[in-house]
Design a protein around this ligand. Sequence first.
Ligand SMILES: Cc1cc2nc3c(=O)[nH]c(=O)nc-3n(C[C@H](O)[C@H](O)[C@H](O)COP(=O)(O)OP(=O)(O)OC[C@H]3O[C@@H](n4cnc5c(N)ncnc54)[C@H](O)[C@@H]3O)c2cc1C
Length: 464
Amino acid sequence: MLSDALKKDFAAIVGEQNVMTEEADLHAYSYDAAPLDQRVPGFALRPTSREQLGKCVKLCNENGFPITVRGSGTNLSGGTIPSKGGAVILTNALNKILEINEEDLYAVVEPGVITAPFAAEVAKRGLFYPPDPGSQTVSTLGGNVAENAGGLRGLKYGVTKDYVMGVDFFDVNGELVKTGSKTVKCVTGYNLSGLMVASEGTLGVFEKITLKLVPPPQTAKSMMAVFDDVMSASRTVAAIIAAKIVPATLEFMDNFTIRTVENFRKAGLPVEAQAMLLIEVDGHPGQVEDEAAMVEDICKKNGAKSVSVAKDAAERNKVWQARRDALPALAKLKPTCVLEDATVPRSKIPAMMEALDKIAKRYDLTIGTFGHAGDGNLHPTILTDKRNHDEWVRVEEAIDAIFDEALALGGTLSGEHGIGIAKSKYMEQETSRATIEYCRRMKSVLDPKGILNPGKILGPLLAE
Ligand SMILES: Cc1cc2nc3c(=O)[nH]c(=O)nc-3n(C[C@H](O)[C@H](O)[C@H](O)COP(=O)(O)OP(=O)(O)OC[C@H]3O[C@@H](n4cnc5c(N)ncnc54)[C@H](O)[C@@H]3O)c2cc1C
């Protein structure tokens, strides 16, 4: 509970209108995109300058208030579910692109800049910022860095961490820590920028991010391959990679997802297909022609019923919009949508698809699967209603089974959505007790009161 005196102290930093204590405001910041229980914070702060951000962190620490920084709250792992009574710090007013450097190919941004408009601004200068989470029209770059967000182009272009050149952040005392550089190479000291990526707000609060930009590909070709069975499609993914072709994008949708998306937005998808691959190759025109022909050939040899190539940009956009619609379309079907993020080595996709099918049957659940098959990152999506207690118990068992299977296949808990609260209980299963203890020791030195987004990644440390 924020005392009147402290409310005044925070108001002196951010202005009275940017200290929120009304119930309606606080409920708006009590949840995110993960289907977890809400927790209402004690208050919310909206700094409008980076200096104010640092002062807020310092004052929260001095008074022992847990801090959860919130970009757009689109994360799928409970990363922005605050501590009861703690502070939510909003970054939506820290939304300036500070520099786009066309000579040295980098940009400097505040953490609240929204991903898609930033990428568009970069594109206007003839450059390219590849990370493209499905949520890019609303997600922030701060949230992307804190989650190490991926996207459709991850296969060829990598994920957010591959574009972070530096992160300046406030430590828990509100002191500014500067990491990385605007140079292509920088090995000055510990790789603190690397440490900040995927730290989910548990180690520091970003105030400025330096991002690498690259030249855009000269041309691209998008293809849609349609299959009569899921296994042929998953084998095709493995075969494309084994042929040493790295498409920009190689996405998978199962029949349930195809039909749901088609109902949501009439994009002309093949509703009878058991599975579909959406593939884009890009680069030099000659290379694109060659790779597109090889991909088509591999698809057909592995049982594709048809392979169609988008004729123009409009057709290409339609296909990709359909893929981006997968999650919102599925989410509309039932009150609760559990989007998982199990990732396996690419050669294990057929085995994972088979396992998902068995898990859906064993627990009598509807699971639609789509995802970034090219990088082994599948999004099995369970459609349910959390109020149905019996079904929810089966959902939780199915989630355990999905991660058991992914880890048994040499995979990982998260390809891109982070650990947050949702997956902290599985951390030791993928890593080791010593790993958790190492991270906890580090956290307890950097954040002795445990106020930086407690409970995320490492499980409960102090505040809940
Ligand atoms: C429809 C939909 C599609 C999605 N598609 C993808 C996808 O394709 N790929 C993907 O990777 N993810 C995807 N996501 C998940 C989500 O969008 C990403 O995790 C995104 O990076 C979160 O950004 P955000 O601004 O919403 O961050 P938030 O959800 O607000 O925060 C995420 C984490 O970052 C921390 N944080 C935010 N700002 C700061 C800061 N300044 N300093 C320190 N910590 C900070 C928060 O405390 C929290 O732990 C999707 C989500 C939805 C709802």
